[in-house]
Design a protein around this ligand. Structure first.
Ligand SMILES: Cc1cc2nc3c(=O)[nH]c(=O)nc-3n(C[C@H](O)[C@H](O)[C@H](O)COP(=O)(O)OP(=O)(O)OC[C@H]3O[C@@H](n4cnc5c(N)ncnc54)[C@H](O)[C@@H]3O)c2cc1C
Length: 371
């Protein structure tokens, strides 16, 4: 096996390409309908946060945690390989309470996480202000998750793209695959309106667009877009050191003074129009966390399409002969890119199994026989 096609050049497709290259695959092509890394992977917040939203241990939590642990090495190696610093920031994450209901929510999370042996700290309002002086005076209490980090996801896709350029991974942009090519029930390539691409193995890393591809070999799982809008403020100096959640949204401070506020969650198809109501909701999230942002102009607004399967979990594995899938990472695709790339490339190159292929199999959506 020497020729691999990856359809989709987001963080998932790019990370898999890098991992395949490192495992010795010489002929890798990424086919991208637009420009590489400009969809969900560009729009994201870049939070690497398995802990702040967790109230239970399950395979998904362990998958997220394992991927988080890969990040320090992933970030260091990408810097050595490309010279691009993806700004892995380990300052941690705060979750703030502004009313009684928030307090009962964070208390519940704290009790559960403490019992489970996770690293979480309870903070008074005074503690919160010591850590983040620009947080609202109305804050009542908070939790600190030292192991929830962030990364600059736009730099991440830039680094991965550069890795491809430096390592002879072909990237073909403005090429939309409509159909998989098959022969005797096996996948042998993919087809755009104008071209055919042949390969030994094909990997679908097509994010929210996965269900639009036609194929006879397998019934592709349903993945739909969940739109997320974000806004941004800019300050000359960095005002916050940590990612800060309230129960209605989050604030992400970048090294260069950008302050990202996210995010809406909308079932609106592939509609690319930013909405006034979306902006208003995000502005109110920002002002609840830090009213001092009131007089700042919004410097940028954008949206992206989170790839969502019916149960909110990823879809991973080998789904037909020569055909692999890595999609539906929904709200955690930046966090999950390193582990997804590792297990998928292992599968493609060495046929190695992973328990996660069972948990995240496409078969979980197939009809079950009931009596
Ligand atoms: C507002 C927002 C905030 C988020 N915040 C976070 C966060 O803080 N942390 C986190 O971990 N995750 C976050 N996410 C989720 C994360 O962005 C996604 O899970 C992740 O980017 C998915 O990566 P992907 O490569 O599968 O998808 P994408 O980045 O969308 O890439 C898929 C690519 O495939 C291409 N493609 C699709 N179909 C075809 C075709 N037929 N032919 C050729 N190319 C095709 C597309 O053009 C696209 O470039 C956020 C998402 C949004 C929208």
């Amino acid at each position: 096996m020497n020729k691999v096609l990856i359809i989709g050049g987001g963080v998932i497709g790019l990370s898999i390409a890098r991992e395949l290259k490192k495992k010795g695959i010489s002929d890798i092509t990424i086919l991208e309908r637009g420009a590489v890394g400009k969809e969900a992977s560009f729009a994201a917040g870049g939070m690497l946060a398995p802990y702040s939203e967790t109230n239970k241990f399950d395979d998904f939590f362990h998958f997220c945690e394992e991927s988080l642990h890969l990040y320090p090495n992933f970030s260091e190696k990408l810097f050595e390989e490309t010279g691009v610093d993806i700004e892995l920031d380990k300052a941690g994450t705060l979750l703030l309470a502004f009313n009684e209901q928030d307090i009962s929510e964070i208390n519940h999370r704290y009790e559960w996480q403490k019992k489970a042996g996770l690293a979480v700290e309870k903070l008074s309002a005074t503690d919160v202000h010591k850590l983040e002086p620009f947080v609202s005076p109305d804050v009542l209490a908070g939790l600190f998750f030292p192991n929830d980090w962030q990364v600059e996801n736009r730099k991440l896709v830039e680094a991965l793209h550069k890795f491809c350029e430096l390592n002879e991974i072909k990237v073909i942009e403005n090429t939309e695959i409509s159909k998989l090519l098959t022969e005797n029930g096996k996948v042998i390539g993919a087809e755009s309106k104008t071209d055919k691409f042949f390969a030994d193995k094909v990997i679908l890393a097509t994010g929210a667009w996965t269900s639009l591809i036609q194929t006879e070999v397998v019934s592709l799982p349903k993945v739909k877009p969940i739109r997320g809008q974000m806004i941004e403020f800019r300050t000359a100096k960095r005002l916050f050191s940590k990612v800060i959640y309230s129960t209605s949204g989050y604030l992400i401070p970048r090294q260069n003074g950008r302050i990202l506020i996210g995010a809406t969650s909308e079932d609106a198809g592939f509609d690319r129009n930013l909405t006034e109501i979306g902006t208003e909701i995000l502005r109110s999230v920002a002002l609840e966390i830090a009213p001092s942002l009131m007089n700042l102009e919004i410097s940028e607004k954008w949206l992206g399409f989170r790839p969502f399967a019916a149960d909110g979990l990823p879809i991973l594995g080998e789904i037909a002969e020569n055909l692999f899938i890595a999609t539906a990472h929904y709200r955690n695709g930046i966090l999950l890119a390193p582990i997804t790339a590792e297990i998928l490339a292992e599968r493609v190159v060495n046929k190695t199994n992973s328990r996660y292929f069972e948990t995240f199999s496409h078969k979980r959506f197939q009809a079950k026989v009931v009596r």
